[in-house]
Design a protein around this ligand. Structure first.
Ligand SMILES: [Fe+2]
Length: 390
């Protein structure tokens, strides 16, 4: 990330600074990772961020696990899932392990409060929809095919525009970062990176709220939701600066890489987290050698699980998957193109596929929702004569 400053910050850290309206001393908050050794931002509040008027309930995160009878490749059809809930509690988890949780969210209601994830970073991939993430760091507009990355500790709420919203969301107790190999020792993105600093958009504007009243704040901590009530609007920041802030990145700003022969999924990597990666499969020219096979070779994910969420276009190596479908190729089983796909791909010069992939090193566990949306025909779709998923 790059250094960003919004609003008013004093010339020196840890000095007296007063609110221009009331003359009161502002409250400085350092928000940082890895103790005081990681990236940080410094925020200047009208009030102490510790100030709560009421302590409300604590509700554990409820995940109903599905332990399937069979270990097979799985196809989860989310396109028929109805819209429900709000942008926070409407996230319906499909898969999870100790490193990452993946959920579908199709919000139709507004969450009448403020939310802060106190135990994880979040990524929201916006399949469809637009609106604004209103955050303590300022307003971050979002639109179709944006990744919105929200660092832990960010108080926010979402204002959705009218129309359908479909999000693929990630929660991780680790940090979301661009891949190490694309950054130099100073943190700047290198020339061979598939994106540049210009493609990452911090909040566009900061508005300081001075309203008093009753404001609900829900904080995700210790695998649960702790509720508080504040007597002041939580977006009371008059200025901040640093390297920690929410940002958006549109998948179409990812510069895809092709080769004379087929490139591994690694070239599509967009983000890294602890024991997992997030990759973007974007429209691109395909491999140009006359003998190239322009779709993936069979591979065994000996130590990883592969989840692909199909967003748009035709995915060359898969039959029977469309927008909103999600495949899971678990560890222990090889996978590859389905029968006829290699032959059909020969001579192709371009793909219009758009998909988001998440590979995890540790096995993924499934939820009851994954059972509900499971298409059992997928496991047999490599077998000649099998009925393909539709
Ligand atoms: Fe794969």
């Amino acid at each position: 990330m790059r250094y960003v400053s919004l609003g008013d910050v004093p010339a020196k850290r840890h000095t007296q600074v007063r609110d221009g309206e009331s003359g009161d001393l502002l409250v400085e908050e350092v928000m940082g990772y890895e103790g005081f050794s990681g990236n940080e931002s410094i925020l200047y509040h009208l009030r102490s961020p510790c100030d709560v008027m009421e302590v409300g309930s604590f509700e554990p995160v409820a995940l109903e696990e599905w332990i399937p009878d069979a270990h097979v490749h799985r196809l989860t059809q989310t396109s028929g899932l109805g819209a429900a809930g709000d942008p926070i509690f409407g996230r319906r988890v499909l898969m999870f392990n100790n490193d990452v949780e993946m959920a579908i969210c199709k919000p139709v209601e507004e969450f009448d409060g403020f939310y802060r994830n106190g135990e994880g970073d979040e990524v929201v991939f916006v399949h469809e929809g637009s609106g604004v993430f209103e955050t303590i760091f300022g307003s971050l507009p979002y639109g179709q095919h944006d990744y919105v990355v929200i660092p832990r500790g960010t108080t926010y709420r979402v204002k959705c525009d009218d129309g359908p919203q479909t999000w693929l969301t990630f929660h991780t107790p680790g940090g979301i970062e661009t891949p190490n190999r694309y950054r130099n020792r100073y943190g700047q993105l290198l020339e061979h990176a598939p994106f540049s600093q210009r493609d990452f958009h911090p909040p566009a504007s900061l508005k300081t709220h001075r309203d008093r009243g009753a404001f609900e704040l829900v904080v995700r901590v210790r695998r649960g939701f702790q509720r508080f009530v504040l007597d002041y609007h939580p977006f009371d920041v008059v200025g901040w600066d640093g390297y920690v802030y929410p940002y958006s990145f549109n998948i179409h700003d990812f510069e895809p890489k092709s080769g004379r022969l087929h490139q591994p999924p690694t070239v599509h990597q967009t983000f890294q987290g602890p024991n997992f990666v997030i990759c973007s499969f974007c429209p691109r020219n395909l491999d140009w050698d006359p003998l190239a096979v322009p779709i993936p070779y069979h591979h065994s994910n000996l130590q990883s699980e592969e989840v692909i969420y199909y967003v748009d276009g035709q995915f060359g190596s898969r039959a029977g998957v469309g927008a909103g479908a999600l495949t899971l190729h678990p560890s222990g089983l090889p996978h590859g193109p389905q029968p006829g796909r290699v032959e059909a791909s020969l001579g192709s010069t371009r793909t219009d596929e758009l998909a988001v992939m998440c590979d995890t090193f540790a096995p993924l566990r499934l939820t009851a929702l994954a059972r509900e949306l499971d298409d059992p025909r997928y496991a047999l779709s490599w077998h000649a004569g099998a009925q393909a998923p539709v």
